[in-house]
Design a protein around this ligand. Structure first.
Ligand code: NDP
Ligand code: OXD
Length: 306
């Protein structure tokens, strides 16, 4: 089996060593222009030239969960795309989102400000039932997040393309369920894949449909959010603030209003990082399954866009 690695912005040596240790009989190398044909590729943001030069690839293993950038490229014919499903990311996403929800709900930023100002003051406790959380996307990550939020006794709504039943989560689905889902939610968590259907989905109209005092947590892709609409709705008072991990342009440009906005918390696309060892184990398991002719989880449907 020939495996090639083409991962930009990634320290490649540990991946090469990890894959070589897991697959001692495979021939594994880091791709360079003109390299021989491989059966499988392990990729992150590969250039088009790589795909054009590897027409015999059977599958591309993306070392992240989102494949929006990959699907913009021209694929080798018949080549499957397989993404990381969970691989240690779901628990990270659950802790990040629960932290953001609890921090907002318990007004921890305000208490921190009070302590820094030397003020010992209580706020009236907020009522959990008045903070329903809506999770857009009930896939591998969204479902884990929704379940974790339900453990804190928040009312949780979930929205997916097809109907889903998740314990402790009120399910909504499809375009026909979207407005009811928004109207039932005050905190909006985005865990959708970026597709033509979901691009710009968090916009003035969507945000206006959330319950007053809404809060936005975007951990999926920057292009889901119309940034100026969020700023306008925060200014109007309808939205109380946001925690954002992803941005239309990354790194967030110098001087962007999100850097200094008092109601926005920003982190550098770090809510759920790829875990190398778990990912290598998952990729090698899936390669073995493919060699046996079996279907593997996390295979992307290019028509659906995820
Ligand atoms: P999945 O493919 O497992 O889940 C996607 C979910 O979105 C599914 O429930 C799907 O519905 C739903 N969905 C897709 N399109 C629509 C639509 N048009 N309307 C309603 N629901 C829709 O993805 P993951 O949970 O693994 O990952 C989600 C995203 O998180 C990734 O695509 C990536 O962009 C982002 N991500 C961000 C990271 C970060 O560090 N910030 C790290 C990892 C991922 P259905 O169940 O019916 O198919
Ligand atoms: C991913 C990401 O998609 O890191 O895995 O955003």
């Amino acid at each position: 089996m020939n495996i090639t690695l083409c991962c930009t912005d990634t320290k490649i040596e540990p991946w090469l060593q990890g894959l070589a240790a897991a697959l001692p009989h495979a021939h594994i190398s880091v791709w360079q222009p003109g390299a021989p044909q491989a059966d499988y590729a392990v990729v992150w943001a590969p250039p088009q030239q790589f795909l054009d030069e590897q027409p015999a690839l059977r599958a591309l293993f993306n070392i992240g969960a989102g494949v929006d950038a990959l699907l913009k490229l021209r694929m080798p014919p018949g080549c499957q795309i397989v993404r990381i499903d969970d691989g240690g990311m779901a628990v990270q996403m659950a802790e990040y989102v629960c932290h953001a929800v609890v921090r907002h709900f318990r007004e921890l930023d305000a208490y921190e400000g009070d302590m820094r100002a030397g003020r010992w003051g209580f706020r009236r406790p907020r009522v959990r039932s008045e903070f329903p959380v809506g999770v857009m996307g009930l896939g591998v990550l969204g479902e884990r997040v929704a379940r974790a939020l339900a453990h804190f006794d928040f009312p949780v709504n979930g929205w997916s393309r097809s109907p889903k039943v998740v314990d402790g989560v009120r399910g909504f689905s499809g375009a026909e369920g979207f407005h009811d889902f928004l109207a039932a939610s005050r905190v909006l968590v985005n865990l959708l894949p970026l597709t033509p259907d979901t691009q710009d989905i968090i916009n003035r109209d969507t945000l206006s449909r959330l319950q007053p005092g809404g809060y936005v947590i975007n951990v999926a892709r920057g292009a889901h959010l119309v940034e100026e609409d969020l700023l306008a709705l925060i200014d109007s008072g309808h939205i109380a603030g946001a925690t954002l991990d992803v941005f239309r342009t990354e790194p967030l440009p110098v001087g962007h209003p999100f850097w200094t906005h008092p109601r926005i918390t920003a982190t550098p696309h770090t809510s759920a990082r790829t875990m190398r060892e778990e990912s290598i184990a998952q990729i090698t398991r899936k390669m073995a399954a493919m060699e046996r002719g079996e279907a593997v989880a996390g295979t992307v449907d290019p028509g659906r866009g995820y």
